[in-house]
Design a protein around this ligand. Structure first.
Ligand code: BTN
Length: 258
């Protein structure tokens, strides 16, 4: 299945008119859209969007790589400035998860699950990953550049052997231009709303609540049950020891009974 070509005019036409876009940077090939976003200057109250047909060094969380072959996926970064004193970094990861979930569901009618903190699943396989990075202005600490990296497997198959059991694709013919603009529209919408609005959607799509999970803390493995996502987007875990632990960020594994 061949995906349509990424085109900035088509994307701009579909983006809500009150959203300020400084530039849409489109590449056929790049090392990583997040790395490119780190090098450009960003204007206050504007988004810069970086999109590439493929990535030669796509980055995932925890130093992993993100498989980014040509034509079959969507690889984009949204870069903008925030005031770190008034906006919580953790909230951004929940907002992006919700924005990407809503955009996919609107355009495909598929049901997407969110695995805390920001992996998206379809039919028990990971179909999208999100990497949020922040760079604080060390001169005055009043602005941080935020880079939201989003990778979605649309029709990607033939995954590398290390992810073959966990990675999947939406396997549907969705327009990349529409998906990009819907993601930006939803992201901007929820970014300007109270956390209650997006956390309700986040929780209703969560695939971890009530599941047995494991997580590492300082190299030590902990087991427990994910019982809730609180008003800050943090995961509330009832450990097997009886202790309640709040995870702000990080990675968990869902324990599947065989
Ligand atoms: C993860 O699954 O751990 C996060 C994956 C994030 C991948 C996207 S693709 C676009 C952007 N550029 C990158 O190098 N990474 C992100």
């Amino acid at each position: 299945m061949k995906q349509n070509k990424i085109n900035s005019e088509t994307i701009l036409k579909l983006i809500n008119k009150d959203i300020k876009i400084n530039n849409i940077h489109i590449f056929d090939e790049i090392d990583s859209t997040n790395e490119y976003a780190k090098k450009i200057d960003i204007i206050n109250d504007h988004y810069d969007i970086i999109i590439s047909d493929c990535q030669t060094n796509g980055k995932g969380r925890l130093g992993r790589s993100f498989y980014s072959p040509s034509e079959t996926g969507l690889y984009m970064s949204i870069a903008f400035l925030i005031n770190p004193n008034t906006f919580n970094f953790v909230n951004i990861t929940s907002i992006v998860s919700v924005a990407v979930t809503m955009a996919i569901e609107k355009l495909t009618n598929l049901h997407i699950g969110i695995k805390w903190v920001n992996d998206l699943y379809y039919k028990d396989l990971k179909i999208a990953g999100i990497l949020v990075e922040g760079m604080t202005n060390i001169k005055d600490y009043s602005t941080s550049k935020i880079i939201v990296g989003i990778g979605i497997n649309l029709t990607t198959n033939n995954f590398p052997s290390n992810i073959i059991d966990v990675a999947g694709s939406l396997n549907c013919d969705v327009s990349r231009n529409m998906l990009i603009s819907y993601i930006i529209n939803y992201f901007d919408y929820f970014y300007k709303k109270s956390p209650k609005e997006y956390l309700n959607i986040y929780k209703s799509h969560s695939i971890v609540i009530d599941k047995n999970i494991a997580f590492y803390d300082n190299g030590v493995i902990h087991y427990g049950k994910a019982v809730d996502i609180n008003n800050y987007g943090e995961l509330v875990v009832l450990e097997t020891s009886g202790k309640i632990t709040i995870l702000r960020t990080g990675e968990i594994s869902i324990i599947v009974k065989k």
